[in-house]
Ligand binder design. Structure first.
Ligand SMILES: [Fe+2]
Length: 271
């Protein structure tokens, strides 16, 4: 793969929904899908700076699911940063990956400095809740991490979407986004806020900040804008990760569908 070595490049996966051996989730073999995602990453993005897995690692949060995560993610050939989603259980995760994975806020946050960018990963999971919570301690932590990086662009990754998408899942988005937005507004150059959770691809501008969701590795959903309470379809694909490229003046998010089901019609050679 050819790209300027000064270009930040990283992959975001989300919503693995891993289960124990011999089980499926909504008929899907989610471990097999995660293995396909890792194979895709290693084949196409092995020169990336890092990978982030943005929560809903496990479907029902049993220890065996985290053991499978550890096993399969161990095959990723680039540094990997993991945080939690609403399907996860922090204690079970920490028992498998080590208590050091939680920071002074008690949550699994990360800060990554690379290629002139700061990337901040926030743990929005809250025990007993399906919607997302960023605690006061996390907001203090975030404001400090943003202040340290006032001279460079910042990308934030977390499980829950902060912005409403005009779909039924809006009732399980980040519970109180106002403190989060206020913290983000202390920084002059937030390039992206990237989330999973909704199993749907979207982009938005919210309070002047670009927000993106990726469909992730589990089933994806359709939506009914005029009838948000109508049943929505759960679909087998695409099985999607996001590919983020950052230069000083541009931040781009591409979507890699590793289970796309497409028929190849022909090969085009760029001129
Ligand atoms: Fe999910």
């Amino acid at each position: 793969m050819t790209h300027n070595s000064a270009t930040l490049k990283f992959v975001v996966m989300s919503d693995l929904h891993l289960v124990g051996h011999g089980r499926t989730s909504l008929s899907l073999d989610t471990a097999l899908r995660f293995e396909q995602a890792v194979a895709c990453l290693n084949a196409r993005y092995a020169d990336d700076d890092f990978c982030i897995i943005a929560g809903d690692l496990a479907d029902t949060a049993e220890a065996e699911a985290y053991a499978r995560l550890k096993d399969i993610a161990g095959g990723i050939r680039i540094p990997t940063y993991i945080t939690l989603g609403n399907h996860d259980d922090r204690a079970t995760y920490l028992a498998m990956f080590g208590s050091h994975c939680a920071d002074e806020t008690g949550k699994v946050n990360h800060v990554i400095d690379a290629k002139g960018y700061r990337v901040i990963v926030l743990d929005s999971s809250e025990p007993g809740r399906v919607d997302g919570v960023l605690t006061a301690a996390q907001m203090t932590w975030l404001r400090t991490r943003l202040a340290e990086a006032a001279d460079r662009p910042v990308i934030v990754v977390l499980h829950h979407n902060a912005n409403a998408l005009h779909i039924e899942a809006d009732n399980i988005k980040l519970l109180d986004d106002a403190p989060f937005i206020a913290a983000l507004k202390t920084h002059p150059d937030i390039r992206q806020v990237i989330a999973g959770h909704v199993h749907l691809t979207s982009t938005a501008l919210y309070h002047g900040i670009p927000f993106t969701t990726l469909a992730g590795g589990h089933y994806s959903v359709n939506f009914n804008i005029d009838q948000p309470k109508a049943p929505f379809k759960a679909l087998t694909g695409p099985g999607q990760m996001a590919v983020v490229l950052g230069t000083p003046h541009a931040t781009t998010v591409l979507f890699e569908d590793f289970i796309d089901g497409n028929t190849v019609l022909g090969l085009h050679t760029p001129d």
